[in-house]
Design a protein around this ligand. Structure first.
Ligand code: HEC
Ligand code: HEC
Length: 318
């Protein structure tokens, strides 16, 4: 139980169990009926069907022993299990032994299942994306590890990119996809609350709206063009077409194309202003959306299949 994230739950469960056991004993003792030898038997007091009465006899001894026996058994069981937490029951050596046993079993299972994944490691990603059986495996992996953020279809949701639309933050060639999965991604947009006034932020946001032909306050957008040129083009490119449009070397910035009508956080003026004000992934207060690095957890072989799977999700490749 030391594996609980906080020791509170450990104590909570142990406390609740102890309370339950004590309650059993208290109930037992409180309802005990004593009978003096020779005295006439006590009655319960109720009468049913005119004459039917009930004796208040002590519980049979064998039953009582069994009851106390189960309570004692559960205490011993809990200590050994270790239901009271391993500080009571397991020695550090024993604990280490259990952990090793578990690690060995995981290793053995991984070796067996791993063969299935390793079978594809020599296949180039492009060829693998066309391999039906491998892509079925890829889909299962995707549903297990990626769907909670990118949705089971891979189409993503607010803040989580759509992986099926040929629109990429970091690049859609098989190797870049593989790097995204292996190393993780966290595109940082710096907050502008300190450097730009509220009006400048509003202007920049209106200008962003015009980049993809959306309705905007035109006077404000015209002023915003300069704000954008001075503050935003380093990452989003001079024409707002995103970091990738400036060449593969800039791809790692992850700044999206603002002209293509594809939105990570939505195309309302408010959402855009919010992003400019607080930034993205830039620390407390900003919207923290990160792509975890999977290299330790999944390993090279599974990532290889997943990269091909994500690539295969994009049907109408430009
Ligand atoms: C905890 C949520 C989360 C999980 C789980 C997750 N991702 Fe991501 N992923 C993200 C976020 C957020 C981004 C965008 C990062 C950014 O904007 O900088 C991203 C980006 C990506 C990209 C880059 C997309 C682009 O446009 O360049 C790929 C590829 C990707 N994820 C694949 C996967 C795969 C495959 C898995 C499963 C192994 C996975 N992701 C699991 C959150 C997640
Ligand atoms: C340091 C690089 C950087 C700078 C400077 C920067 N951005 Fe960004 N911007 C990003 C990144 C990276 C993202 C994507 C964040 C994510 O993936 O979570 C982003 C996202 C956005 C989005 C959301 C797009 C969507 O699809 O929802 C908008 C809008 C935006 N930026 C506008 C601006 C404006 C306007 C400026 C200038 C005032 C600016 N950015 C300056 C890096 C930058």
């Amino acid at each position: 139980m030391a594996d609980f994230i906080s020791s509170f739950w450990d104590l909570y469960v142990a406390g609740l169990t102890t309370f339950g056991l004590l309650l059993c004993i208290v109930l037992m003792v409180a309802n005990m009926t004593k009978q003096k030898p020779g005295a006439s038997p006590q009655m319960q007091g109720h009468v049913w069907d005119e004459t039917l009465r009930e004796y208040n006899n002590p519980l049979p001894r064998w039953w009582l022993i069994l009851f106390v026996g189960t309570v004692v058994f559960s205490i011993v069981y809990l200590v050994i299990y270790p239901g009271f937490g391993n500080r009571l029951s397991t020695t550090p050596e024993n604990d280490a032994g259990l952990r090793k046993e578990y690690a060995d079993e995981v290793k053995k299972a991984n070796e067996e299942v791993g063969k299935k994944f390793a079978a594809y490691k020599g296949t180039p990603l492009l060829a693998l994306a066309g391999n039906k059986e491998a892509m079925e495996t890829g889909q299962r992996l995707f549903l297990t590890y990626c769907a909670q953020c990118h949705a089971s279809s891979g189409k993503g949701s607010k803040g989580y990119p759509n992986l099926t639309d040929n629109d990429w933050l970091y690049g859609g060639d098989p190797d870049t996809i593989k790097t995204s999965i292996t190393e993780g991604r966290a595109g940082v947009m710096t907050p502008f609350a300190g450097t730009l006034s509220a009006e400048q932020i509003e202007d920049a946001a209106n200008y962003v709206l015009t980049l993809s032909g959306l309705d905007a306050d035109n006077a404000s957008a015209a002023r915003g063009k300069d704000v954008f040129a001075a503050n935003c083009t380093v990452c989003h490119g001079a024409d707002g077409k995103g970091a990738l449009s400036m060449g593969a070397a800039f791809g790692a910035l992850g700044a999206p194309d603002l002209t293509d009508g594809v939105w990570l956080y939505g195309n309302s003026l408010e959402a855009i202003k919010d992003g400019i004000t607080k930034g993205r992934n830039s620390g407390p207060g900003s919207f923290e959306n990160r792509m975890p690095a999977w290299k330790e957890f999944l390993g090279e072989d599974k990532i290889h299949i997943l990269a091909a799977y994500v690539y295969s999700l994009n049907k109408d490749r430009k």
